[in-house]
Design a protein around this ligand. Structure first.
Ligand SMILES: [Zn+2]
Length: 121
């Protein structure tokens, strides 16, 4: 099923989907949902092997959990605090912007509950 501009279309099978993408009827950034998916995802990630298997591990067929990590968050906060302290100077503004981008950076990985493998999302 495809969600485009708030409207649902489909269901389509994979061949029809590929055809619609080639024809430009559907864009790869439109949202799609297939059975076993927790949520609507961009079509390009639905068409990748992990999402296509219904969020099952390609190795052991165990359930995959999406983990959103924020590895730079604490560094970002320190940089923001420094930026606030140095706000009267130009460098403070630069630190604020840099700290903000660090703290909002996220990394998404699939984590298999069966075998413990990680896959990039
Ligand atoms: Zn696994």
């Amino acid at each position: 099923m495809i969600l485009r501009d708030g409207q649902q279309y489909g269901p389509y099978n994979e061949q029809q989907l590929q055809q619609h993408i080639r024809d430009g009827v559907i864009s790869k950034t439109d949202l799609a949902w297939t059975e076993g998916q927790f949520d609507w995802l961009p079509i390009q990630s639905v068409l990748d092997p992990i999402a296509r298997s219904g969020n099952l591990c390609p190795q052991c067929k165990g359930p995959l959990l999406l983990q959103v990590e924020n590895p730079q968050r604490s560094t970002g906060i320190i940089v923001i605090v420094l930026g606030i302290l140095l706000a009267p100077f130009c460098v403070g503004i630069i630190l604020l912007v840099w700290g903000w981008s660090l703290s909002s950076e996220t990394r998404r990985t699939w984590h298999c509950r069966g075998c413990g493998r990680m896959f990039p999302a």
